[in-house]
Ligand binder design. Structure first.
Ligand code: ADP
Length: 667
């Protein structure tokens, strides 16, 4: 076995490989870009080597820099993870030349499966079933059209060099063929620098079922059953599970045998995945082979009890496969979901920024969380926006689905929009419970899975208000304690006011709507008016954001994350997100017509940003007030002119005091 390996990757897969290596007593070397200097995989590894700036092509894709790092640290082998250099035959070859073991298949096997067309020709010869289609070298448009006719519409045009669903077009009728072909070729050329295409019969209701294979250097090759990855968005996997629901044992055995034949045909070694389309009638067709470990490999580990990275390491070190085919069996059911920083409400736009708060369910025999980030880390534009994979296991599928719902309910991410709600909607859907799986699952159930953003319910709004109030009270106490005047009225959290007014209003923005929560400070809590109803809210807010709340006597525990104006509340497995609207900015808009901007609560002027006569634009900051130990900026409600400035920095102002005389419109 190796004594030290280098992981040529980042994120969750790097962390995952390090964990197995550590368990086997193998030392680990991380490589990292400048952006990842503090990343979890770097922290976890025994040694770390910087390999360049943030963009992947200047760091994680620089094979030469990675090999230098391996030489420098004396690593005997390189684990490529997935993505980046994992299917780069040139890199695998360079490793060999440098005397460093590439933990993956021989370069020739990577090349054999590199192009879809070439791979198909090889598979055809090995007797592996293919989707009826055309994958010849002749790319004459007339010939392609004739082939499409022979196959019969609908036909799928695919980039030979494709991946990630790019360069793929469904052609439903002959008169669209020329246009769609041109589109696929354009996309293929720009994405892969290769515009060759192949044609396939387009199956209207297929499932994506893939077989995990493993081969060693001693002539052994086994399959570790299948994964159903039918739940996809734009041909990208979202949910994966093993075993595939309702797969006939006979079909499983035939698919397994076909996958092993595929691996043997190309002299495979290590972990690989043979992807098939499974048609409604039980026929299956080879799609492609991924010559690496897959993102979704954990579901296979959960149902077989095997550690596939350990298998990879043993095989790469020259050992035999740990088990023979007859020793492998399926135990229970596992499901994985991919948690992404992306916004389902905005067409799944990837999100970047800081993970202000991150919490996952506790790991155990039923739940596994693979992640490469912690609270406070950033999701950057440079890499894949995956935050984590949640994997659950149980005796049978219905129990595993329940575990999945529970695990998602305990997953909390604040700071960035994520697909967590979308994943929960899938997990909670009837179609998923009943395993109505095929590759158009999401498309078909879209209305249910992507409802229009619903308003935050009264309970969520009440908790947000309570959280903000408790946080303010805690700050006031801290400040008073450190100001040397613990008896200052500011230290009171019961809404005491200079003008003895115990009323207040919190205004939140919820999507496009503003929602006010009028409130009264009481000895025993806060009387909130939410959704037309009065309720008494009280509770305690822990320093970690734990909010033990009581709403009209009902106790519940939530988690509160406050970051600037952003308020996120996690309760009962759901996140509610609102923005606290600057109270004074709200007030001035309402009073714009009256020609004066007033202070709705007592405070102290801490900045005056304009002079009388100034022409200002709508939204421009005019005065900053400190009230309740929070800063409030008073902004121009419209384009206009400042006519009067009544106070100077340091002045105390009363509730309702006119701060600025303002005239809207052209001067
Ligand atoms: P890529 O390499 O770009 O990911 P694949 O060939 O692996 O492309 O196909 C990706 C997905 O596209 C499959 O999982 C399946 O959902 C769909 N697909 C591919 N080929 C067909 C086909 N012939 N008929 C219907 N759907 C297909």
């Amino acid at each position: 076995m190796f004594s030290k390996i280098l992981i040529a990757n980042r994120g969750e897969i790097a962390c995952r490989v390090i964990r197995t290596a550590r368990r086997l007593g193998i030392r680990t070397v991380a490589v990292h870009s400048e952006a990842d200097a503090q990343a979890l995989h770097v922290r976890m590894a025994d040694e770390a080597v910087p390999i360049g700036p943030a963009p992947a092509r200047e760091s994680y894709l620089r094979g030469a820099a990675i090999l230098d790092a391996a030489r420098l640290t004396g690593a005997e082998a390189v684990h490529p993870g997935y993505g980046f250099l994992s299917e780069n035959a040139g890199f695998a070859e360079a490793c060999g030349q440098a005397g460093i073991r590439f933990i993956g298949p021989p370069p020739a096997a990577i090349r054999a499966m590199g192009g879809k067309s070439e791979a198909k020709a090889l598979m055809e010869a090995a007797g592996v079933p293919l989707v009826p289609g055309y994958h010849g070298a002749d790319q004459d448009p007339g010939l392609l059209l004739a082939e499409a006719r022979r196959i019969g519409f609908p036909v799928l045009v695919k980039a030979s060099a494709g991946g990630g669903g790019k360069g793929m077009r469904v052609v439903t009728a002959e008169d669209q063929f020329a246009d769609q072909l041109a589109g696929a070729k354009r996309e293929a050329a720009s994405s892969f620098g290769d515009d060759r295409v192949l044609l396939e019969k387009y199956l209207t209701r297929p499932r994506h079922v893939e077989i995990q294979v493993f081969a060693d250097g001693h002539g052994n090759c086994v399959y570790l059953f299948e994964r159903d990855c039918s739940i996809q968005r734009r041909h990208q996997k979202v949910v994966e599970e093993a075993p595939a629901p309702r797969l006939e044992p006979g079909t499983r055995a035939r698919m397994g045998a076909a996958a092993v034949a595929a691996a043997r045909a190309i002299g495979y070694e290590g972990a690989g995945t043979v992807e098939f389309l499974l048609d409604e009638d039980g026929s299956f067709y080879f799609m492609e082979m991924n010559t690496r470990l897959q993102v979704e490999h954990p579901v296979t580990e959960m149902i077989t009890g095997q550690d596939l990275v350990e298998w990879q390491l043993r095989v790469a070190a020259g050992g035999p496969l740990p088990l023979a085919q007859e020793d492998l069996a399926i135990d229970g059911h596992a499901i994985e979901v991919r948690l992404y920083a992306e916004d389902p409400q905005r067409d799944f736009l990837p999100q970047t920024g800081r993970l202000d708060h991150l919490a996952f369910p506790a790991a155990g025999p039923h739940v596994r969380v693979d992640t490469g980030v912690r609270s406070g880390d950033r999701i950057s534009i440079h890499y894949d926006p995956m935050i984590a994979k949640l994997i659950v296991w149980d005796r049978d599928r219905p129990s595993a689905v329940r575990r999945l719902r529970g695990a998602l309910a305990e997953t909390q991410v604040a700071g960035l929009a994520t697909n967590a709600g979308f994943l929960s909607a899938i997990a909670g859907s009837r179609a998923f419970m009943e395993a109505e799986l095929d590759t158009r699952f999401i498309e078909r159930n879209e209305a249910e899975l992507l409802p229009d953003a619903a308003p935050v319910p009264p309970e969520g709004l009440a908790l947000a208000a309570l959280g903000v109030l408790l946080d303010r009270a805690a700050r006031a106490r801290t400040l008073a304690a450190t100001s040397g005047d613990p008896y200052s009225p500011w230290a009171r959290s019961d809404g005491w006011r200079l003008n003895d007014d115990a009323h207040d209003t919190l205004v939140f923005r919820d999507g496009g709507e503003e929602r006010s929560v009028p409130l009264v400070y009481r000895r025993d809590g806060y009387q909130l008016q939410v959704g037309g109803r009065q309720l008494l809210a009280r509770g305690e807010l822990g320093p970690d954001g734990t909010l033990d709340a009581e709403l009209d006597g009902m106790r519940l525990r939530a988690t509160l994350v406050l970051r600037g104006a952003e308020v996120s509340v996690f309760v009962r497995g759901v996140m509610h997100r609102v923005q606290l609207v600057d109270a004074l900015a709200g007030a001035d808009a309402a009073e714009a017509g009256a020609g004066k901007l007033t202070a709705p609560m007592p405070g102290k002027v801490i900045a005056v940003l304009v002079e009388p006569g100034a022409l200002v634009a709508k939204g421009q900051a005019l005065v900053v007030l400190e009230a309740m130990k929070m800063e409030h900026t008073i902004k121009a409600p419209a384009d206009g002119t400042v006519e009067l400035v009544r106070y100077a920095v340091g002045d105390q102002v009363e509730d309702g005091a006119e701060l600025i005389g303002f005239k809207a419109g052209e001067a």
